[in-house]
Design a protein around this ligand. Sequence first.
Ligand SMILES: Cc1cc2nc3c(=O)[nH]c(=O)nc-3n(C[C@H](O)[C@H](O)[C@H](O)COP(=O)(O)OP(=O)(O)OC[C@H]3O[C@@H](n4cnc5c(N)ncnc54)[C@H](O)[C@@H]3O)c2cc1C
Length: 414
Amino acid sequence: MIDLELTPEQRQLQATIREFGRRELAPTIPELDREQRSDPELFGKLGALGLPGICIPQRYGGAGLDWVALGLACEELEYVDASCRTALSVHAGLCLTGLYQWGTEAQRQRLLRPLAEGRQQGCFALTEPDAGSDVRALRTLAIRSGDGYRLRGQKVWISMGHSAELLMVFATVDPAQGIGGITAFAVERSLAGPGLRTQPITHKYGLRAGETAIVFLDDAVVPAANRIGEEGEGFKVAMSCLDSGRFCVASGAAGTIRACLDLSVAYARAREVQGRPIGRFELVQQMIGQMARDSDIARLLWLQAAWLKNNGRRSGRQSALAKWVNSDNARRSADDCLQVHGATGFSEECPAARYLRNSRATLIYEGTRELQTILAAEYALGYREDRPVRCPLPAWPDEGDPAPAAVPAATRTA
Ligand SMILES: Cc1cc2nc3c(=O)[nH]c(=O)nc-3n(C[C@H](O)[C@H](O)[C@H](O)COP(=O)(O)OP(=O)(O)OC[C@H]3O[C@@H](n4cnc5c(N)ncnc54)[C@H](O)[C@@H]3O)c2cc1C
């Protein structure tokens, strides 16, 4: 039975992150967005709340919470700005869940723990200049060399790629094998040598307060002990990472929709035209009614995926569907929010335009809107089905693991 009621602990977590967003993030975001720079302290601030390893088991340095907790964190961060949510979801969703699900015990202790404890930041580097939607076209080479590999190629549009210490990089050990050659590597910046360089991408349409980078790999060094999974298993690793990442995008989009709804409601009550609040006009009500509808749909869709994940069940279809529907509705809500505000929405004083620019990114990354449409159709047509989960998260109760904390320890004292 899916229980839609948040527990007192989940409400406490939600309230803490909401207050953190209001107090710590909201005051600086407009300026960061205008000046197109990210907050170098952001990851540290998320770490102080115990969020980086939010749903990684405690025995690997995480908080041991569940997918509902991660979804709530994404929703509350994106309520302020999608770039804040992206910073968390790239780390906690795309990178850490992949390391946890595919890493060996030794890799979980050595590579995952510093990330889960918030001492290091992680990112996920799959996209290349000529390989976006079509992962099969990936050309970055992994050349065996001594007791390890040298990586040669280029990755583009990598969120947090300039500041991350650990980059989950996908490369092929044999291009002739197509998908069967793709292999995942945990590239540690400190070990990679001069062959790893990163460069921030500037002048973006949206997510201007977020960091996005080009990653140059010119014989970057990676030890064999940092290969995640077997040679040729990288495509499966990438798909499980994307499944978690899509869940984060979907729950984050619920935050954008709610932010648009709250902003529009406040403005429609206050702004008078022809002696009446504009909230009394049916066509304005239509926009606000849709936002209210989409806000509930968004929460229900990501909770459905969270419930499946919490129960160790595959949620590939539901996560992709939630990502598709919620990101599309976030974009429309932002557009309508701007419209409700008239010319005020067109100015920088109002966050609606920022919400709109940010929401466009969620229709592109982690599988474009078109790919999500295709996925939904293929599941419906029976051309695609979910395989069992390799290693479900959260994985407690488990031998030697304490009962999960209700909220991250750091959050409890915040
Ligand atoms: C802000 C931002 C952050 C990002 N962060 C990351 C990151 O952290 N890590 C990472 O690896 N990547 C990241 N990306 C890259 C992102 O995942 C890719 O841009 C995305 O997968 C699409 O690839 P592409 O841009 O090459 O578009 P293309 O694949 O070239 O697609 C172009 C157009 O063709 C359509 N199309 C493609 N194939 C089909 C098809 N079969 N049927 C119908 N239509 C199709 C697409 O939907 C799209 O409209 C990020 C992108 C952005 C914008």
